[in-house]
Design a protein. Structure first.
Length: 141
């Protein structure tokens, strides 16, 4: 019993740098696109755990030639995608990248995706550092 507790404690201590990260990302996933499509979107929930605002200035992925921050905009009755230069998370803010909302746009896919693949996504911060995420490909049809 005591041994288990100590192991758990060790695991917690080991994990602390991760927990202390100012940005954490969960529920990341990439939409499975039709084989003919050369772009797709990725979604995630991003938490700012810090006391200061954090600005994301871009994104990247190893499977796409270009990855952009996008939002959806309704104008003249038409929904269209708009490229965002930045996404800012206020202190202790959480933003949800989701279908029909803000998302990461993966353009120029280097190879067709398959459900269950793991895709590496990088969120680039204004200070030049990147948050690296692994996101599974999901078939939402
Ligand atoms: Cu888009």
């Amino acid at each position: 019993m005591k041994k288990t507790y100590l192991l758990l404690l060790a695991a917690c201590l080991y994990a602390q740098p991760l927990l202390a990260a100012d940005i954490t990302v969960d529920k990341a996933w990439v939409r499975l696109s039709p084989p003919v499509a050369d772009s797709t979107a990725a979604y995630a929930t991003i938490h700012n755990n810090s006391n200061t605002a954090i600005t994301l200035t871009g994104a990247a992925s190893n499977i796409a030639k270009k990855t952009e921050l996008h939002s959806m905009d309704m104008s003249k009755g038409t929904m269209r995608m708009v490229k965002l230069d930045t996404i800012t998370l206020a202190a202790h803010d959480t933003i949800t990248l989701a279908p029909g909302k803000q998302h990461l746009m993966l353009m120029g896919l280097k190879h067709p995706l398959h459900a269950g693949d793991n895709v590496e996504l990088r969120l680039i911060r204004a200070n030049g550092t990147a948050i690296v995420i692994q996101a599974p490909v999901r078939d939402m049809r």
